[in-house]
Ligand binder design. Structure first.
Ligand code: KG4
Ligand code: ZN
Length: 334
């Protein structure tokens, strides 16, 4: 079975083909237009998706050597994400579904991040813990089985990715901030400055990153909003350390509470090398899985992969399926 996946929830226009659990092609056109604004501009993202979708699909078909008539189903992200951006992908997918007379399956983007681990680790077994860390989410889930997910912890305010992006802006770095802070941190001393680790000693599994961002803002105000170039690496490394340590502290707590020792990490922040390294050290006696970098950040491979799984389980969306900007992981159950 060949499933074509379409992903347009934010600023990545992506198309992929999954054939019987194997990704045969995955094309991601990252929109460069947002960096000068320091964040994604929704209207710009929608317009860029419109522009890029057809060529991205053509590239994907060429790359896979599969013709459009050999596609058996279309999978598309229906949420969460930006309303206009989601609409471009869903409209495109509906057109393909009707034109090719093949089924359409709407996919929850967060569930796709969660399942992206099965692409590279097909032997992954339930139950496992999943830390989902992206631009909009910072959650720890107990994944008991397919569509049997229990939310163990969430953020009270900002997501970890948002903390990276907002921090980068305060440091005068471009968007997306995570990778920029990571680059700067490589030459920095992460113990040079102490940033607050909110809720660190609480025994609840919950995160908070807004205080961290405010403390960086106050730090930058000491320099009239312009942190000197010669200390940026140390500040970035210390700020990154605060985010990573906060995440791992609560992940450890979740492991202790549930006694589950298989841990998977998904979402864009999972691309962070410091997070990856520290996780392997802290959880040296557990099985820790990270998707490869191209599967951490937004992509359509995870959409095609989960889409195929759902179709094979008998799920199918109606052609009138809508978009759901605030879709939650558990909403997939409905
Ligand atoms: O999963 P994703 O691509 O999109 C959403 O679903 O939100 O995650 C994007 C987030 C952004 O906040 C970005 O700064 C962060 O992931 N990110 C990183 C890294 N690469 C992307 N954060 C830390 N280190 C990275 N290397
Ligand atoms: Zn994502």
């Amino acid at each position: 079975m060949n499933v074509l996946g379409v992903e347009t929830s934010c600023d990545e226009t992506a198309v992929s083909i999954c054939s019987n659990g194997k990704i045969v092609s995955s094309i991601v056109a990252s929109q460069q237009n947002h960096s000068k604004f320091g964040g994604v501009v929704p209207e710009v993202a929608s317009r860029m998706h419109e522009k890029l979708l057809l060529t991205t699909m053509k590239k994907c078909l060429d790359d896979s050597k599969i013709s459009k008539n050999q596609i058996d189903a279309i999978a598309v992200t229906i949420g969460p994400g930006l309303m206009g951006a989601l609409l471009t992908g869903v409209s495109f997918a509906k057109g393909l579904s009707v034109g090719l007379n093949i089924p359409l399956i709407g996919v929850n983007h967060m569930e796709a991040h969660l399942f992206s681990n099965f692409i590279e680790y097909p032997d992954l077994e339930f139950p496992f813990l999943c830390l989902l860390v992206s631009g909009g989410h910072t959650q720890i889930w107990k994944v008991k089985d397919f569509r049997d997910y229990i939310l163990l912890g969430d953020t009270r305010d900002d997501a970890a990715g948002e903390a990276f992006d907002k921090g980068a802006r305060l440091l005068g770095l471009s968007y997306p901030g995570g990778i920029e802070i990571e680059k700067q941190s490589k030459n920095g001393n992460s113990n040079k400055y102490k940033f607050p680790l909110a809720l660190y000693n609480s025994k609840e599994i919950e995160f908070s990153f807004s205080g961290l961002k405010s403390s960086l803002l106050r730090f930058s105000q000491k320099f009239n909003g312009k942190i000197p170039k010669n200390i940026i690496s140390d500040v970035a490394a210390s700020y990154q350390k605060a985010i990573v340590d906060s995440l791992l502290n609560k992940l450890k707590l979740a492991e202790e509470k549930t006694k589950i020792s298989t841990i998977v990490i998904g979402g864009g922040v999972a691309a962070n090398q410091s997070l990856r390294k520290k996780t392997s050290i802290i959880f040296e006696n557990s099985r820790v899985l990270f998707p490869s970098l191209q599967l951490c950040t937004d992509n359509a491979a995870m959409i095609a992969f989960l889409g195929e799984k759902l179709i094979k389980k008998g799920f199918k969306s109606n052609i009138s399926v809508g978009v759901y900007p605030n879709l939650k992981l558990n909403d997939a159950l409905k």
